[in-house]
Ligand binder design. Structure first.
Ligand code: ADP
Length: 554
């Protein structure tokens, strides 16, 4: 017990002694750090050793203490004589614990060789090198170590300045990653660029080839051709254009072509051209172009727009076909029709007169069978007369001489009389009158009757199985629509566009009936002269409604 007490007292004393030593050491370090002392005694294997800082200078020490790098001074044996607080922080130790330790404590195995080499060299000359330091938790810190020798009173010491490279390395690493990414992106961009260049080259080539094709084609067709921009300016003509007009590019390019158009055709041509540019619809017009010898020839112009992927017009391609000879042929034909129908009309009229004379004989004087023949001959003559009249009308229209007087027409009465007439001619058909009364318009009653009869004749001709025909008037604002509806064979969309043309007949052998395709053409002329509108609504196999619209008057 006595023994134990003694030991305890001894331990307490020893502890006090050590406490004092620690306080002294702390004071000493603090004194060195703050520049109050220039020397210190370190207890080594060979007893106590005194180290004095030869260039002890308070300013430098304070500076070293505050700097961002770690600073360490080693003796020959690699023992740390001095370090600043930055180094202690880097190694995650308190200052007191660092001083007196061997610097090798902080060198991980991986950096050992490099460190030894560096230190060895450092004792002879200033040098630098990158190594890894390990703290007590074995966390590694990359550092740049600068070695330089310091002359102290009791010999030379080695001073190490350690720059923490962690953030620099991180930045370097990040930079490296970014560089790699940049390189990848650069390569990809370069590849893309090359591909793009190839595509452009290919496209340009294709374009050149197709331009050449176009030019070759354009210069080898008999028609004159041109291309124009969406705004209307012509930017290309083929060789035929120059041969025909005898002009140079600059004279007719852009809008210059207007000088070549016959002055009488210019306004119509311009209207159609501007309308096509505005709507993007096909441009089609007949006009006369001036030849190099100052004569004019008729041409049929057609132009279609070319669209890009987005549907925008890139340019128009147009052709002008010489139709002078066809026109002359047509004129000759019209002239012939005019003369022929006139010549036919004279004997037809006398034939009709003689027939009437025969019918005026008393019944008993003519055998019944002859009477029948006479009736049949009358029907045939009426039909022939209608045809001849139609032919005459067509030739008059062509000559611009279809003239008639206009007066107030009672449409309701006209409808009633037409229906009565139709019922008489076509007794097997059922005509339904859906017209309202008291409808007046300005026009020519005979010609309007002609139009209605034409509608009815067609309705009968083209609806052999369903024999119902509706005649109707409908009023909208100040306009009246007069229509004839049948439930016959009807018309396809394609046919609808053409049936109002001269001599057009639907070429379907199944439904071939007699007729020359003049009725609707004449009707159109008549309604146009009345400043009205003619039209049709129809579906193939479901019948048709032909109508005209006129302005009402009081
Ligand atoms: P056509 O003397 O041949 O009847 P039109 O000018 O009167 O001449 O008519 C032109 C063409 O329009 C006809 O050949 C016919 O094919 C078509 N058509 C006219 N009316 C009708 C209708 N009601 N139903 C079907 N097709 C019709």
């Amino acid at each position: 017990m006595e023994q134990a007490k003694h030991t305890y007292d001894e331990l307490v004393n020893r502890n006090k002694e050590l406490q004092i030593q620690l306080e002294e050491a702390t004071d000493t370090i603090e004194a060195i750090r703050s520049g109050q002392v220039d020397a210190l005694i370190v207890k080594g294997d060979d007893g106590h050793q005194l180290y004095t800082l030869k260039t002890a200078d308070q300013t430098y020490r304070v500076f070293i203490e505050k700097m961002n790098e770690g600073a360490v001074t080693l003796n020959r044996f690699g023992v740390i004589l001095y370090c600043n607080s930055r180094f202690a922080t880097m190694m995650n130790l308190s200052l007191e614990k660092v001083i007196g330790l061997s610097f090798e404590t902080f060198i991980p195995e991986i950096s050992e060789d490099k460190f030894n080499e560096l230190i060895k060299k450092g004792w002879y000359e200033d040098c630098k090198g990158e190594i890894l330091l390990a703290n007590k938790e074995f966390q590694l810190t990359p550092c740049l170590v600068s070695c330089t020798t310091l002359d102290l009173d009791e010999g030379t010491a080695l001073s190490l300045i350690l720059t923490d490279l962690t953030s620099q390395k991180e930045a370097e690493w990040e930079l490296k990653v970014k560089n790699e990414q940049l390189l990848i992106a650069q390569n990809a961009a370069e590849k893309l660029n090359n591909e793009l260049e190839d595509t452009v080259r290919e496209r340009t080539n294709d374009l050149l080839i197709s331009r050449e094709h176009f030019k070759l084609l354009a210069n080898n067709i008999p028609q004159m051709t041109w291309t124009n921009l969406p705004g209307g300016e012509v930017d290309f003509y083929n060789q035929q254009w120059y041969n025909y007009t005898g002009r140079r590019y600059g004279e007719t390019a852009g809008w210059g072509w207007q000088q070549i158009v016959h002055p009488d055709d210019l306004s119509n041509t311009m209207d159609k051209y501007i309308n096509a540019l505005k709507t993007g619809e096909v441009f089609e017009v007949e006009n006369r172009y001036k030849k190099w010898d100052d004569t004019y020839r008729w041409h049929l112009n057609r132009a279609i727009p070319l669209h890009d992927d987005k549907g925008e017009i890139i340019f128009w391609v147009g052709t002008a076909t010489d139709i002078e000879d066809q026109k002359k042929e047509m004129d000759r034909k019209d002239e012939f029709i005019g003369i022929a129908s006139h010549e036919l009309k004279t004997p037809l009229t006398s034939l009709k007169g003689y027939l009437q004379l025969i019918t005026s004989y008393k019944k008993e004087e003519v055998p019944p069978v002859v009477k029948q023949y006479i009736e049949k001959a009358s029907v045939a003559i009426n039909k022939l007369q209608r045809l001849v009249n139609d032919l005459l009308d067509v030739s008059k229209i062509q000559a611009g001489k279809l003239e008639y007087a206009l007066s107030k027409v009672n449409l309701s009465e006209l409808m009633a009389s037409v229906i009565e007439n139709a019922r008489h001619i076509y007794p097997s058909y059922e005509f339904e009158n859906q017209s309202t009364s008291e409808l007046y318009t300005e026009g020519n009653a005979e010609r309007l009757e002609q139009v209605l009869m034409n509608f009815i004749n067609n309705a009968v001709k083209y609806s052999q199985s369903n024999k119902e025909i509706i005649l109707k008037t409908s009023v909208n604002d100040n306009t009246v629509r007069v229509s004839v509806t049948d439930f016959g064979i009807g018309l396809s969309e394609e046919q609808l566009d053409k049936i109002f043309e001269r001599f057009y007949r639907v070429e379907d052998k199944k439904f071939m009936t007699s007729g020359l395709g003049m009725g609707l053409y004449i009707s159109t002329e008549i309604i146009n002269n009345h400043h009205g509108k003619i039209g049709v609504e129809s579906e193939l196999g479901k019948g048709a409604t032909f109508y005209f619209e006129l302005q009402l008057i009081d």
